[in-house]
Design a protein around this ligand. Structure first.
Ligand code: SF4
Length: 134
């Protein structure tokens, strides 16, 4: 079973092949493949994506001074939008199915100022949902 945190349930949908380094990128590909066949357990801390991230130190995101608290807030927002509880088990198809409905709110709150926006903008699905959100 995959273990993922809230904001990755949304952002992972728009993976375009980019990431911090090769290890991180290969892991993202693997996680996406596994999501098609495995259930997802929702956690509220570093997950299977964070574990291969060069910025994870002492099990906290150290991308910048406030990153860990900002990411936890994103996790909570994502779970609220998707109506999913922490520690629950969900299937990826259900998450994907909810994306068109919840994406406009997510886009307005987070995407506009996100460091990864340029990468997501290369993803066709992201482009479709974004065009409906603006
Ligand atoms: S632009 Fe940023 S917040 Fe928006 S979906 Fe992509 S990674 Fe997530």
């Amino acid at each position: 079973m995959l273990r993922l945190r809230g904001h990755h349930l949304i952002c992972l949908n728009f993976f375009s092949g980019e990431g911090y380094d090769d290890i991180f990128i290969e892991n993202l590909k693997d996680v996406l493949e596994r999501a098609e066949t495995e259930n997802v357990e929702i956690c509220d801390e570093a997950d299977e994506i964070c574990e291969k991230c060069p910025y994870l130190k002492d099990y906290k995101c150290q991308f910048d001074e406030h990153a860990d608290e900002e990411i936890k807030e994103m996790d909570d927002t994502a779970l609220n939008l998707l109506a999913i509880r922490k520690n629950s088990i969900v299937c990826w198809d259900k998450i994907k199915g909810n994306m068109p409905e919840i994406f406009p709110q997510w886009f307005r709150k987070y995407c506009i100022e996100c460091d990864w926006k340029k990468a997501c903008e290369k993803n066709h699905y992201y482009q479709r949902l974004r065009n409906k959100s603006i």
